[in-house]
Design a protein around this ligand. Structure first.
Ligand code: FE2
Length: 287
């Protein structure tokens, strides 16, 4: 049976892709962020995932404002990237796992999530940059992916609770999948940032800390915030935390935070990285 080994959450701002392309990982501006991945590399080498389910938000490369699904799941054996106009190199195509995708899609629909299923899907920097951070060097990634896009762009957005439950459904799907796979979950985006308007450059460090403190052990506490509360606390683009909530929801066992890195600012964004481990719940003894 498939097993969920844990989750990694990370920022995905495009300028990270440019820093990688220009080999700036050790520059004083960038090193506090890139150093946060040393532990992630150790963890991935130890856990050896076969597949990564990636919760992210599309930025207009695949979906635009005229047609924007709340939740979309990729069901392809390959996902291509294209030039998004940020001046970052186009990333190589990433291998998919269509069979696992369809199993997840079937479970989500049975759980009454109305999703869009995509047998063709372009992936943007919100997928390619986290993969490049986790497996640097430009080689073919050692994992296949199942991309799950969540609308964080055009209101109305799904609630934090809805995204937590979406993740839980994905987690149940993985655990009921018959192939012996080691599956990791990725959530990308955030943390607090606002890119336009009067509050451009807004960052809320205490609120980011609260989010990271609650994510592993008490994610339900964060579901009391409405989306409008979230925009007030974390900025207009801080709602990308919805992807982190879905990642957390997919971790179905005993969840422990084993790593966090927080650095401000990178490109007007609070840059954060977390690793959450997922272990089976201890079996209850009969009374
Ligand atoms: Fe983004």
């Amino acid at each position: 049976m498939a097993k969920i080994v844990g989750g990694v959450a990370t920022t995905h701002v495009p300028s990270i892709g440019k820093a990688i392309a220009e080999n700036k990982q050790k520059d004083p501006y960038w090193s506090p962020f890139f150093r946060g991945f040393d532990y992630v590399h150790y963890w991935l080498a130890r856990e050896k995932p076969d597949v990564a389910v990636v919760f992210y938000n599309d930025h207009g490369l695949n979906f635009f404002l005229d047609k924007l699904p709340t939740f979309a799941v990729g069901a392809a054996n390959e996902y291509r990237n294209e030039d998004e106009g940020w001046g970052i190199p186009v990333a190589r195509a990433v291998e998919g796992d269509a069979d696992l995708s369809w199993h997840i899609i079937n479970t989500l629909v049975a759980d009454e999530f109305d999703i869009t299923m995509c047998q063709e899907m372009l992936i943007d920097h919100a997928v390619t940059i986290p993969l490049a951070l986790m497996w640097p060097g430009g080689k073919r990634h050692p994992v296949r992916i199942v991309p799950v896009s969540i609308n964080t762009v055009q209101h109305p957005l799904p609630s934090l609770n809805r995204c937590l439950n979406l993740g839980r459904s994905v987690g149940r799907a993985i655990e009921s999948y018959a192939r012996d796979l080691r599956v990791m979950i990725i959530g990308t985006g955030g943390l607090s940032h606002q890119l336009d308007g009067k509050r451009a450059g807004f960052i809320n460090k205490p609120f980011d800390k609260l989010c990271m403190d609650k994510l592993a052990g008490e994610p339900e506490a964060l579901t009391h915030y409405s989306i409008h509360d979230w925009v007030a606390e974390a900025g207009a683009q801080g709602v990308e935390f919805l992807n982190w909530m879905a990642m957390r929801g997919a971790l179905t066992g005993q969840v422990t935070e084993v790593h966090r890195n927080y650095h401000i600012p990178i490109s007007n964004t609070a840059a954060a990285t977390m690793v959450l481990e997922n272990r089976p719940m201890p079996k209850r003894r009969a009374a």
